[in-house]
Structure formats: structure tokens, C-alpha cells
Ligand binder design. Sequence first.
Ligand code: SAH
Ligand code: DHB
Ligand code: MG
Length: 237
Amino acid sequence: MAFDEKLAAVEEQWTEVDHFFSDSLIAPDSVLESALESSHTAGLPAIAVSPNQGKLLEILAQILDARSILEIGTLGGYSTIWLARGMRPGGRLITLEADATHAEVARGNIARAGLQTVVEVRLGNALETLPQISAEDRDPFDLIFIDADKKNIPAYFEWALKLSRPGSIIVVDNVVRKGAVIDSGCDDPDIQGIRRFIEMLGRNANAGGTVIQTVGIKGYDGFAIVRVLPADKPRRA
Ligand code: SAH
Ligand code: DHB
Ligand code: MG
């Protein structure tokens, strides 16, 4: 078998296994399904987190008993709905989106989920809306999900550190990119952004993290999970 055929067969297996787990573990949910459907109808790219990944985001919000979540990169609000559902009653989520069409589709999906009073979709380039949020003098966010353009991950991570507290969790999506992350000579700004973020994280004594590689319906990728550490208990170098 040619390499491409083998790869196609392996990817098909990843997809089937992903479906096996989501079919077995995630109850059919018309709100989430219609969020994906309306995103597709509106021409949004099919790059939302998978159902199994969405459930992980919900579980993280539940573990943290999160009262405040920040998401960078809304798309159609699919991950937003998972995250918001994991919050404690009375929790609030702010999600940042640069594209007006994406934001509008997301607002519709969030309203259909009954979360319009819980979630604020803020339209604008996150590099501009993050300083605004910082100036609003809010309580730190318990959970921050970074999932916008990959070249700006280092900047988003720096904002996330500023907008969080010891014990907050920062999740960064798409940090493996089919393994391209280890290509140090790569001139793709997205890959460079991911590499710079990993280097920053490795050097940061006030945050500790790991990366879990993933395969499944979205191919081969992975996410970083970072914990902001207490200032008096920094990580050993
Ligand atoms: N979190 C979503 C997927 C987000 S896709 C989910 O899993 O359901 C990435 C999104 O980030 C896109 O909608 C894109 O328009 C948005 N984006 C890209 N660059 C951005 C920027 N500079 N500021 C804010 N949003 C941005
Ligand atoms: C892309 C972006 C994502 O956030 C993702 O999860 C998958 C792909 C992309 O821009 O290609
Ligand atoms: Mg993503």
C-alpha cells in the first residue's frame, strides 16, 4: 500500500474511534448539533472542537467550578456552549471574535442554547479587545481557552497570564498541527507562534503545563493545558 493510502486508512480509524467514544459517551444534543449545522449553512469553516474535546472543556469548567471563563476565538460558538454549560450557576463567559459573520452566527447559537444572558460575544480583533477587558478591572478568569489565530498565541498567552490568578487553567488548542510543531526551520507564522508559546511556557516559573497529542475526527493535533501557579510556590527550574 502506498503511504497516502495507509495514512487515509489510519485517519479513517481515528475517525471511527472518535465516533465510537462520542456515540457511547455523549447524549444526542439538538442544541449542539444545530450550532454546527447553522455554522455550516452560514459557510463557517468546520474547525470547531470535536464533541469529545468539547466535553473535556465542560469537565474542566466543572472541576474548576468556574464562575468566569474567557474564550479567544468563538467561530460559531460550539466550544463556547460546552464551556458555558460547565460553569457554576451565575457564571459568566466572554468570548472574543474578530469576524462579524462568525460573531452573529455564534450569538444565534448561544441564544438557542438559552445562554444569551450568560455569554457575551465581543466582536473585534482580540489583540484590541483583550486590553479593553484588562482595563475593565474584572475579577480574574478561572478558565481561559485560547483558540483563535495561531500566530498570536504568544500574545494571547501573555494576556491570559495577566487576566488569570493562581490556580486558573489556560487551555491552548491546536499546538501540534500534524507534528509541524517540531519543525524549527518552518517559516509558517502559525507554527512559529506555537513554538514561541511552548518556549515561553517552558521558561515561565509561574505557570506549568503539558501538551496532550490528539488524533480523531480533526486529524492529528493536540492541546496544551497550563496551570497558573501560586506566586509563593513557583515551579522548580
Ligand atoms: N473555539 C471555536 C473555534 C474557533 S476557530 C470552537 O471550537 O468552536 C478560530 C476563530 O478565531 C475564528 O472564528 C476566527 O475568525 C477567530 N479569529 C482569528 N483571528 C482572530 C483575532 N485576531 N481576534 C479574534 N478572533 C480571531
Ligand atoms: C484551524 C483552527 C482551529 O482552531 C482548529 O481547531 C483547527 C484548524 C485552522 O485555522 O485551520
Ligand atoms: Mg481550534
